[in-house]
Design a binder for this molecule. Structure first.
Ligand code: NAD
Ligand code: TYD
Length: 353
């Protein structure tokens, strides 16, 4: 059935993969893509969408009430899928206010428009990081209490609470999805996997924070997007759904796998100062999505990683453009003072990227 959906952050990593999924599986939908084009938003992420797919890009900010009023006046959205966010933990430690503004205020501004349009379903794309850190045992379930650690995860947890408040107070039709660490094509190379692929390709240092024993659960972005679409179409109103990859790996395991595949040796692995407040481990139970949505992750980490490496190695024009300009300055700021802790390591500097 034809739907009109507002996708926010559709020029980012997951949002653009989601729009590609809609183009191939829901070709008759109209997709309005509202994106502020921050450093992470890149129109090249959506190059080559099929002819005839009704994708309407709107350059604007989710915190801009006038833009939202115009869009909600022009369209009757069946759903809003809110991907737009500041998404990088390290950046949130350097400059938290942008995270409060976009992730919390932006979500509230969207919720206020949806309140005035009760037939619109609101899908909030959230993260496992809202639960804080696990020890070596256990998994997060949808009822685990929120206990976020970083400015990023705290802003996402706050946004989730706002979604709950709007559903409870005004009966909005909402669904919250929470997912583990994504990887795959079009991911901005400040995140672990693409950063390591590009560093290894040039035989540059591979900076592992702390001792590398922190554990993340990795999910291919296409599996996550299939889950978000299932939640949009079949999720029960007011519910939270988890998506995970059943692929827990230590950071050192991930970096070694990339070093082996891309550089052919591990000499670049460099232990550097730890991230402040670094969460030890995330792991997701996703049996609710399996039983209620018929969703299950389809990719193994090793297959997905091979595909992702092949994608980055064959899309040099994409990442060369991404790495030029503003990102170089950001990268210098992010890594300034993060000195290696291993005697053989070299300091990361802007010229290393
Ligand atoms: P990303 O940083 O790659 O993309 C974010 C997009 O949002 C960019 O296109 C950016 O231009 C846009 N944006 C930022 N601020 C905006 C604003 N104020 N108004 C409009 N657009 C704005 O992020 P991502 O990795 O694609 O993550 C997308 C969503 O998924 C986020 O909400 C994130 O919290 C969530 N999530 C991400 C992961 C992950 O591993 N990357 C895991 C779970 C959940
Ligand atoms: P990241 O991709 O930033 O995602 P998140 O912090 O949201 O989990 O980082 C994934 C893990 O990799 C995290 O434990 C931090 C670690 N990490 C490094 O060890 N070195 C790096 O250069 C980066 C970017 C991350």
């Amino acid at each position: 059935m034809h739907k009109q959906v507002l996708v926010t952050g559709g020029m980012g990593f997951i949002g653009s993969n989601f729009i590609r999924l809609l183009a191939s599986t829901r070709p008759d939908w109209t997709v309005v893509d509202l994106d502020a084009l921050t450093y992470a938003g890149n129109p090249a992420n959506l190059e080559g969408l099929p002819d005839g797919f009704d994708h309407r890009f709107e350059h604007g900010d989710i915190t801009d009430g006038a833009v939202l009023d115009r869009l909600f006046g022009a369209y009757t959205f069946d759903a809003v899928v809110n991907f737009a966010a500041e998404s990088h933990v390290d950046r949130s430690l350097l400059g938290p206010e942008a995270f409060v503004h976009t992730n919390i205020v932006g979500t509230v501004r969207l919720l206020e428009r949806v309140r005035a349009h009760p037939t619109t379903r609101f899908v909030q794309v959230s993260t496992d990081e809202v639960y804080g850190s696990l020890g070596s045992e256990g998994v997060f379930t949808e009822t685990t209490p929120l206990d976020p650690s970083s400015p990023y995860s705290s802003s996402k947890a706050s946004a989730d609470l706002m979604v709950g408040a709007w559903a409870h107070s005004w009966g909005l039709d909402t669904v919250i999805t929470r997912c583990s660490n994504n990887y795959g094509p079009y991911q901005f190379p400040e995140k672990l996997i693409p950063l390591m692929i590009l560093q290894a390709r040039e035989d540059k240092p591979l900076p592992v924070y702390g001792d590398g024993r922190n554990v993340r659960d990795w999910i291919h972005v296409e599996d996550h997007c299939i889950g978000v679409l299932a939640a949009l179409e079949r999720g029960r109103s007011g519910e939270v759904y988890h998506f995970g990859g059943a692929s827990e790996r230590t950071n050192l395991d991930v970096v070694q796998a990339i070093a082996d595949r891309v550089a052919g040796h591990r000499d670049g692995i460099t232990f550097v100062a730890d991230r402040p407040g670094h969460d030890l481990r995330y792991a997701m139970a996703f049996d609710k999505a399996e039983s209620e949505l018929g969703w299950t992750p389809s990719r193994t980490f090793e297959d997905g990683l091979d595909d992702t490496i092949a994608w980055y190695l064959s899309h040099e024009r994409w990442w060369q453009a991404v790495l030029s300009g503003r990102y170089r300055q950001d990268h210098a700021r992010l890594y300034d003072g993060r000195l290696p802790t291993s005697p053989s390591g070299q300091a990361m500097g802007p010229e290393d990227t």
